[in-house]
Design a protein around this ligand. Structure first.
Ligand SMILES: [Cu+2]
Length: 107
């Protein structure tokens, strides 16, 4: 391996590490049959963790063009995460409680 290749390799690893370090994790809770916060601004690559804090099951899903997912239904204390890899607006809902809605703005 030449010196140039080694330097390139180190630079690439540093760049990847920096990218991973910049990705943030946010938490959205489901409490009193509502998402909190109701609106969240994040960056591309960030992860959102959805935690159920109610004494009954909640579901988490989105039919948004940007990111379609269904995390299923789960009880109090459990959470599931989604990583958002494209910029845009995502509406998040609960299939059990139709009044529950929140917006995630991915920038
Ligand atoms: Cu619910």
């Amino acid at each position: 391996m030449t010196f140039d290749k080694i330097v390139f390799g180190i630079a690439l690893v540093a760049l990847l590490a920096a990218g991973a370090a910049n990705a943030a994790e946010y938490e959205v809770v489901q409490k009193n049959k509502a998402f909190s916060p109701k609106e969240l601004n994040i960056k591309v690559g960030d992860t959102v963790k959805f935690t159920n804090e109610d004494n009954f099951f909640h579901n988490v899903f989105s039919l948004s063009d940007l990111k379609t997912f269904d995390l299923g239904s789960y009880p109090k204390g459990e959470f599931k995460s989604v990583t958002f890899d494209k910029a845009g607006k995502v509406e998040v809902e609960c299939a059990i409680h139709p009044s529950m809605l929140m917006i995630i703005n991915v920038q």
